[in-house]
Structures are given as C-alpha cells and as structure tokens.
Design a protein around this ligand. Sequence first.
Ligand code: DGT
Ligand code: CA
Ligand code: CA
Ligand code: ZN
Length: 581
Amino acid sequence: MNNREVAKIFADVANMLAIRGDIIHRVLSYRRASEAIQELGRDINQVYEVGELTDIPGIGKTLAEKIEEMLTTGKLAFYDKLAQEIPPSLVEMLKVDGLGPKRVKQVYETLGITTLAELDTAAKAGKLRELPKMGAKSEAKLVKAIEALARHGDDRTPIGEAWPLAQQILAELEPLPGVVKTAVAGSLRRMKESIGDVDLLVAADDAAPIMDYFVNMPRVESISGHGPTKSSVVLLNGMQVDLRVLPIERWGTLLSYFTGSKDHNVRLRELALKQGLSLNEHAFTPTNDGGGADSAEILCDSEEKLYQVLNLPYILPTLREDRGEIEAALNGQLPQLIQIEQIVSDLHMHTTWSDGKMTVLEMAQAAQARGMQYIVITDHSQSLGIANGLTPARLWQQAEEIAAANEQMGPEFRILHGTEMEIKADGSLDFEDEVLARLDFVIASLHVSLNQPHEQVMKRIMNAMHNPHVDMIAHPTGRLLPDRPGADLDMETVLQTAVSTQTILEINANPRRLDLRDSHVRRAMELGVLLSINCDAHHVEQFDLLHYGVATAQRGWATGEMVVNSWPLAKLLTFLEEKGR
Ligand code: DGT
Ligand code: CA
Ligand code: CA
Ligand code: ZN
C-alpha cells in the first residue's frame, strides 16, 4: 500500500467511528493520522522500514501497529470489523453539505439507507420528512445539497483560484459604509494549496448593509445562509464563501478563531484553560466567575494581543497547523521564517528567446521595480522544441543581448545568464559540460516523460544532481495542481542527494505547481537542503506570484538563510564558485 491508500483507510475509519458515535477524541486521532500521512514528504513503506513510523506527527504505538499491518498484509482487520457494523458506503454521505454523522446514522438505522444514491431517492420520495428533527424544508434542502455535490464534487479549490477571487470580494466590501477592516481567514489565510471554502471577515458596527451587499453580488449563484453576523454563498464557479461581520473590539479573537486551523485553536484553548481562562471567538473569559454579562471578559482587538495573553510570541498564520509550532513557541524556538521582503532575486524566468512573452530588458526592469537586485535569465534548452528551446549557438547570441541589457540597467542591478536545461527522457542532459561551464547558473528540469517508472525517473534526476555544473532543480516533482500528480520520485533520496551534491531545490511559486510543496520543504529544512523561491515567470505579471511560493516556504518552516535568493549577489556567486570546484 502507498501513502494515499493508507491515508484513505484511516480517513474512512475516522468517519465510520464518527457515524457509530465513538468519542470525538478517537475519531480525531484517526483523522489526524490520515492527514499526516497524506502530507508526508516520504514513502511510508520506507519510514516503516527504518522504524520511524512513530516520528510522524499524530502516530503513536497503536496507530503505528495498524500501519504495519496494512503495509505487510495489505489489509486492516479493524477496518473490516468496523465495516460489518457501519457500511463504508455511508462515509460518502458525509460529503453532503449539512449532513453530519448523527443524521447519517439515523437514516441508516431507521430507513436502511446505505448509499448516497439511496438517500437521494428517499429524499425525493418524501420519506425523510417524517424523521425526528427533520421536516419538508430540511428534506428539500438536502435534495439541493446532494445536487450541488454532484455538480461541484467535493473538490477543493486550488489556492491560485481562491486567492484572487477573495481579494476581489474584499476590495468590493472595503468601501462600504462602516467597514473598518477586512481580512481573509480559514485555510486561505494559512495559504494551504487547496481551499475547502473561503472565509472572509469584516469589522463593522452595523452588519446588515454589508451582508445585503454580499449576498447580492452578481457573482453569487445561490445563498446558503443570510444571518445577522454570518452569511454564506455559493459563487458561479462553485466556490463557497462565508462572511462574518463583527465589531472591531473583538477582531483578534475572531480572526484567530476563523483562521484556524482547528487543531491549532484546540491547543490555544488548552493553554488558556491552564491560566483559568476560557477562549472562544468573542473573548477570553475567566472560568471561575460564572461568565455572566458583567464577567471580566478580556477583549482582543488584535491577534498579537491574543497571543500575548497566552504568553506566546506571535505565530504566523502559515504555521498554524499544530505541527509543532505551539511547542516551538513555548520554548522560544519558533523559526525565523523567510519573509517576502527578504527576497532580492528570482533565479528562474523565460523571455522571448524561448516561450516567454517579454524581452530580457523588460524582465530586468520589472524585477527591479519590484525591489529585486539581480535575476537569472533561464530560457529553455534545445530539445524542448515546443518551447522554442535554445541551441548553444542561440545561447551565445542571447549572451550578447544580456550584456547589452546589463549596460542599460547600470551597476545597481545584475542580470545573470543561465539556462533551464532539459533532463531528457533517456536521462542524459541537454547540453555538454563545456556549454554549462560557460553559464552563470544552470537549472535542470524534468518536463518530458514524467510518468516513467520509478527507477527510470529517479535515475534521471539523480544524474542531473550529480553533475557538478547543475546548480538547481526546478519544480522537482513536476506536479500540476489540481490533478497531475508529478513524477514517481522518492523524495527522501532526492532531498538527501540535494544536500550531498549542494544542489539547490526550487519552490516554484506558480500556484499550479507549488513544487516543492510545504511538507517537502519541512523535510528539506530538517536535512539542510538549500532552497530558492522562483516565479518561473513567462511574463512580468507572473512576478506577482511570489507570495504563493513564500507562503509555501513558510508552511515548511523555511528560514531566510536557507533560501538562496534572499542572499546578496556576492554571497550567491561565492557559493556557486566554491560548489563548482
Ligand atoms: P477548509 O475550508 O476546509 O479549506 O479549511 P478551514 O480551515 O478554512 O476550515 P473551515 O472553513 O471549516 O473553518 C474555518 C476556521 O474556523 C477553521 O480553520 C477553524 C474555525 N472553526 C470552524 N469550525 C470549527 C469548530 O467546529 N471548532 C473549532 N475549534 N474551530 C472551528
Ligand atoms: Ca474555509
Ligand atoms: Ca468556512
Ligand atoms: Zn521554467
């Protein structure tokens, strides 16, 4: 079994336990284990072989034994036993908006419904309205929710779609009368690569006009809720957006609550309780004063204040996953996360020489306008015909244009000459070493034959990393979000080889790539891999994608010193020179 299969079994077990009505603690431990495995940067079979299963966050001795059972026998007896009691097909029903484990259990036990299709039929036949706490209205709502699920799937929205849309909506809400402040919250603020629904917050004293505007926006397909402080809509593209409006005095607690993650919030509440405070989205309240109307609430108008009350340093949203950030904060060991202002360069971009849309000079000027100090021009190499890849002869012509552009840019900015060289399907590199030796910076990339068998594709990337002229591997796995998974690589070996060969690995900032992804970055930091965050821009506008890459780096706990394009030019050149020897 692979990571995904093991994660799926655990997720199913969590849901089956929830339907059965087990204690939440048990349900959550399976759910967290599933997520940890889903996001693991290493092959779980390998982790098992080296005896490190219990190093995975959320995996203790019991769960490690269950993983061992699955990896060695391909089955889990506990799952099979549970399935006799709770049909696994019930799990699918939980995807229906508004349908919880209790209700699923009820329709199963009273009506014998075991699949989503049966549920749909029963609802349309009016058989559900008789159930306790149901009724014709809830039944109709359910039919609509099942339809919506069929239409949109349970697909999460890639962050590259959700982020710009959320910014547009906030920009529309900002000028409304009475609006003091706006923010994104939820997984979008934590910058996860995919978003379930978009959560927006507005601080204002009078919520009604803002809610009215929100539910009547032209891009709204349907309104799923319209209340005094909370409204929810589904947009034409299928994305669900929640909006909450609140007074500014409670901004900190509310923003923190709705930023999540749930797991992080649970930890914050535990810390509060240890101080005799209960924490919710409205305030801290002393647990011993009865919580009456005149109780001594502590209001937080900022998140900084909230963390202060808990005696913690401020924790950036990109860290809030309960993956050790609370412990690190308590021990004063939070990493000095890379910040976007520290990025002074981009090492990967294309021009009209291959498949880019702008000239060398235009790219340089745009980069300088965004605060960059130097860039590397890295057009595609000869074998990538569809991208008009450069032969050595054209490379040397390009060198002249780069020299001229450097003249024009003056001493404050530097354009280096590089290549994004193909790692060809047979594993060979697209340029001879003599060519590579004359370039300032060499990227090697997998673009073709990504679906080769594991051994073959591993050989290709290892061969590239072992070439002393290769400085960086771009978008190492080659995945494309949401559904092209990338090459079948053993990332642990790739990361370790990056260390031993001093090869920089890219965090490609394009939101369709985010490659390395956050969990790989986290492992890379543990191993000491050098990283760089690049936009792979084919147009100057794509320099604006940088923030996605920085957020991904932060989610992997990357520090400035390990991100080479935060280094001054001289430091990078020294590194490249010494590495080449
Ligand atoms: P998503 O939408 O699936 O990508 O993930 P989130 O994290 O945006 O989750 P969402 O939209 O369900 O809720 C937004 C935040 O609100 C979540 O991160 C934490 C908070 N929250 C929502 N429901 C609960 C809850 O039942 N308990 C706790 N502790 N927090 C909650
Ligand atoms: Ca959300
Ligand atoms: Ca939400
Ligand atoms: Zn590229």
